[in-house]
Ligand binder design. Sequence first.
Ligand code: MN
Ligand code: MN
Length: 465
Amino acid sequence: MDDEKLKNILFNTKKCGWEKTTEEEKNEIFKLGDEYIYFLNKCKTERETIEFSKEILDKNGFVDIKEKMILAPGDKVYYINKNKSMYIAVIGEKPLEAGLNIVGAHVDAPRLDLKPNPLYEDTGFAYLKTHYYGGIKKYQWTTIPLSIHGVIVKSNGEKIKVNIGEDDEDPIFTITDLLPHLAMDQMEKKLKDGISGEDLNLLIGSMPYGNEKTSERIKFNILKLLNDKYGITEADFQSSELELVPSFKAKSLGFDKSMVAGYGQDDRVCSYTSLRGILDIENPKKTAVCILADKEEIGSMGNTGMESHVFDTFIAELLNKLNENRPNLLDKVFCNSRMLSADVDAALDPIYASVSEKNNASFLGYGIGLNKYTGARGKSGASDANAEYVAEVRNLLENNDIPYQVGELGKVDVGGGGTIAYILANKGIDVIDCGVPVLSMHSPYEVTSKYDIYCAYRTYTAFLK
Ligand code: MN
Ligand code: MN
């Protein structure tokens, strides 16, 4: 054997995925990319993602588990939790005791939420006060077009859906920033202090209502408009969930259109590809499960977050309806299960390469990114996948000819992060983080590679099969 050949065998050399894609593959990659961009533009909140997913599942033979008294192999069911998270299953030939194949992504994304009492007037303008959700760089959310998405629930239970800023005819909203001419003091501050959380106030109007004797006429005008349109009063904000998200559209990025730029790709890129994955599953050996979780960005707490017991209840429900259940079986099911925690990976950004360690970083366009562990400062808080399990996943990827890269989230001691992986691992499930590398993560306009999106879809499908 010549040296070059030997070197190829011995070295783990990573290659750009585009190098060896055929024309046929390219067509598939770009088709999936277009479908994904359509999805991103339809789904900018967790509620919208769940609603969209339900529609697709209904069209593809899935039914709400509540409609099924008895389950059998091949059945396709889902459970929607409070309109914000969802569990989907295709029942396998083997009993659940043999373990589940789970792919779990999250459908929430960093954003600005309205405060419970958001509306105020100041010197000729009306504003809505916000409280940011998840890890954001606050300065990135000023001077961009924002739309308002969510629900207002009146005390009589009537629910009003809100979605303003997406249609071309819709107005948009924005948060102002200081002109550079007068920003000398602001520019001297640390980046994190340049914009304060209490200054993230959304500009929503400037026209007065009524006659000059009335006070707060701009706020009055806004409330009048909202009352005409939605039948709400100021008090109804208290029982609303209104989210500010970037109103610009997701698009193909680059002259070569090889990438996708869009809001909320962490983690809707993995949500979409896992959903597409489970749609392809027919009569699997082991039961295939897809999780679309909420609240990952703020620690997975609450009854729609992964820390809640609702997922256990769903699996217990499967056991009951398969007539398989017996005391403590659920724990055993989990111990025999395996999972891909489908969450995005921090890609190496050449402009900011100093935070990544090249041998253990993920690269855009190099395939699905695996993180054996996440955490920070000495792996603290990490769920560290067992070597035996990593080998299993490698084997699956290699057998299906899916390029993968195993890395870490940045250099040691530079920062860190977490996913839902540890929550499922705590139940005894074998879990590894496995997702699409992203540039500008948590910004209003994140960047991914269409090649990696395609790899994610193929990975999740192969895993669930
Ligand atoms: Mn994520
Ligand atoms: Mn995130």
